[in-house]
Design a protein around this ligand. Sequence first.
Ligand code: MN
Length: 338
Amino acid sequence: MENHSDAIEKIVRLLDASDSWLVLSHENPDGDTLGCGAALTRVGLRLSKKVIHACPDPCPAKYSYLFGSFDLLTPENLPEGFPGAGGVVICVDASTAARAFPRAGSRGFTCPLVNIDHHPDNERFGDVIWVDPTASATGEMITELISASGWGFQKDEAEALYTALISDNGGFSFESTTLKSHAVAMTLIEAGVSPGKISEKLNSSLSEGVLNLWGRAMTRTAVFADGECAVFWLTAEDFSRTETTRDAAENLVNFLLRIKGVKMAALCGEMPAVGGEKRVKASLRARAPFNAREVAAVFGGGGHNLASGCVMSAGVSEAVSLLRKEMTRHVSRFHTDK
Ligand SMILES: [Mn+2]
């Protein structure tokens, strides 16, 4: 395990010394990776660096208030030679290199690559690696980094980091929330964040279609494994009929954990087929001692112990039944004395 203050010092020195920063957010971006990216981009520009914030996928509308959210480039459409030998690449919240540059994997960066993340299964790619699985969000780590650097925070940078923080720890409601999560929030509030204002921006951006989409999933709720597991699903038609996109289902699965007694939950969402092969994105959530990452790993996925996901090569009904089987097997392991 790395010494955190050594890693922070090393990263600050490297960023200070680099004239160009390429900040990379992961594919299907969430509030954590986008908030971190926006904050670092703003800080870099303030330090007179050349900065580009890139992401394989566009910014979902709900995060459009973040700095530079409309200017995101994709990793394969960067200006020729950027960031160059005197620059640096900073990956935020990406557990694998493939999540940060999925379609530009062979791209050879001539400068150091910094990997800052809190996923326990981070594959530790890059030249300077700082992984802290105890952080409730990568936003927590970037706040620490900027605090230690002496660069200071401007209000919109702090707002972006607060967005990152509360997106990943469910507004301080998940088990991942620690004393440090709150201490980091204090730093950001001191820098001008109004928590109520950010919560409103983040949580009051739904459309009628999104609620209709959620309704479709909710009417299909199925509880199983003696009331300890629950699942629901969405088809491609559900998204098109409600005129919504996949990001409208982000964290929808959390609703299932609000059923009394349910400790493990899954949402199966149909994705566009690739080369005629059916695909389903499964989002999993768990409460300890159950482990969502272990179930996702069975299908080649990963993530956090209590929140993970995988892409399954199956139709929706097949994916649901495979997951039900695997989740039932998982929870039954904890009841062997029954
Ligand atoms: Mn995260």
